[in-house]
Design a protein around this ligand. Structure first.
Ligand SMILES: [Zn+2]
Length: 178
């Protein structure tokens, strides 16, 4: 473990004779093994993503070192960006609340599917207009619940609005992003 290796591959190249072709050269890909122009194998990328989700950037760098996967925190974070977002699906009951970009300093809005307790959206601000825009892309929403803050109420005019966050629908602490 911890011994660097260098993988050298011989791959085929195909040339296009069409003079108007914008590409001309087609290099064989290894889709099961590595993404095009990536320096990490898919297996290593997945491992780094798992480390990143568990620890974050700096922590991931430290842990990666210990596990003989020397990677920078930048690589950990950029690897997380490559993970596709989960399908949001149909949302019928949505809760709107504050979340902070920086603890107690700058706030955005968090939207939670109150039936599955999964986060379905993060908005950059707490403006009613942003909530309205999000709702416009989810016409299937029947009920909007908000915790505090009157500003959201204006964003949800055509929906049924619960004034108080019903405790039975309370969002678990783990979904709070601080
Ligand atoms: Zn071509």
């Amino acid at each position: 473990m911890g011994r660097p290796i260098r993988l050298v591959f011989t791959v085929r190249k195909f040339f296009c004779r069409n003079s108007t072709c914008s590409r001309k050269v087609f290099t064989e890909r290894l889709p099961d093994f590595i993404e095009a122009s990536s320096r990490l194998t898919k297996r290593l990328r997945t491992a780094i993503q798992d480390i990143g989700f568990a620890t974050g950037g700096k922590g991931g760098e430290h842990l990666g070192d210990k596990l003989a996967m020397p990677i920078s925190e930048t690589t950990v974070l950029s690897s997380l960006y490559l993970v596709p977002l989960p399908e949001i699906g149909q949302v019928h009951v949505v809760g709107v609340d504050d979340w902070s970009w920086r603890r107690g300093k700058r706030f955005g809005s968090i939207l939670v599917n109150l039936e599955t307790h999964k986060i379905v959206g993060l908005l950059a601000d707490r403006e009613a207009e942003s909530v309205r825009q999000w709702l416009a892309t989810h016409p299937e929403v029947d009920v909007v619940s908000r915790d505090r803050g009157k500003m959201y109420i204006d964003g949800v005019d055509s929906k049924r609005v619960l004034q108080d966050f019903p405790r039975s629908f309370a969002v678990p602490m783990s979904t709070k992003i601080l």
